[in-house]
Write a protein that binds this ligand. Sequence first.
Ligand code: HEC
Ligand code: HEC
Length: 204
Amino acid sequence: MNYNFRVQVLVAALVLPMSVLTAYAVSDGAPERLASVESFASIPDEATRSAAIFTEFGKVLTHPRCMNCHPTSDRPRQGDARRLHQPPVWRGADGYGLPAMRCPICHTKANFDPAGVPGNPIWHLAPLEMGWQDRTLGQICEQIKDPARNGGRSLEALIEHIREEPLVSWAWAPGYGRQPAPGTQHQAGDLIEAWVKTGAVCPN
Ligand code: HEC
Ligand code: HEC
């Protein structure tokens, strides 16, 4: 009896939080599309066109799949409602969490669909200076092209990051029950490249 009780408590402790958490992860709604670079050709003024292209790209940047890892605090967010991460975790010195709660303890090399836990070999939080949460798209735009706040990247490196970075790729393959970022990674790469070629003008 004592043993059974303990087993029950153990099962409840392990299973309950997981099921509560994964229940939140399921989202509906059709995946959003991205407009093609060509569809901006009718805007004659190049600066206006550049800002319009960035605004379209902003659908990706401000999507919860990207935003949840780019907070302006020390805690990641979860789900489409971008609620604070449960269980509570903090960025720690290197973005991989405090010593007792490292991201890879739960976030393994790949998505673990049975428990709804996303995964990637380098799963960790973007540095604080790369936080976007609660900022306007214009502010985010200025920030991501500023080498002092974007990890010392040139505009070319920024294009490459959007086209190839594994954590960016994850946003289009986020695992069961999670809505992917809009469009495709390829389209997002084309948009940011077109934005750079038209002078990298920020909206507003
Ligand atoms: C104790 C386990 C655990 C640890 C440690 C942990 N996570 Fe999570 N994390 C989860 C679970 C479970 C989910 C899925 C929950 C959900 O979405 O409802 C999740 C989801 C996320 C998401 C949401 C993805 C999305 O778009 O919905 C992000 C971002 C995230 N974790 C970042 C981190 C980071 C960064 C760290 C380290 C600083 C970390 N996590 C540490 C368990 C953990
Ligand atoms: C699992 C967390 C995670 C997810 C998901 C994620 N990022 Fe990041 N992002 C990071 C980390 C960590 C860095 C810093 C990498 C570095 O500097 O080497 C970063 C850096 C960046 C940078 C370069 C720095 C800057 O702010 O200009 C861009 C651009 C970027 N991410 C875009 C995106 C986009 C777009 C998405 C969604 C399609 C996304 N990220 C999803 C963690 C994440």
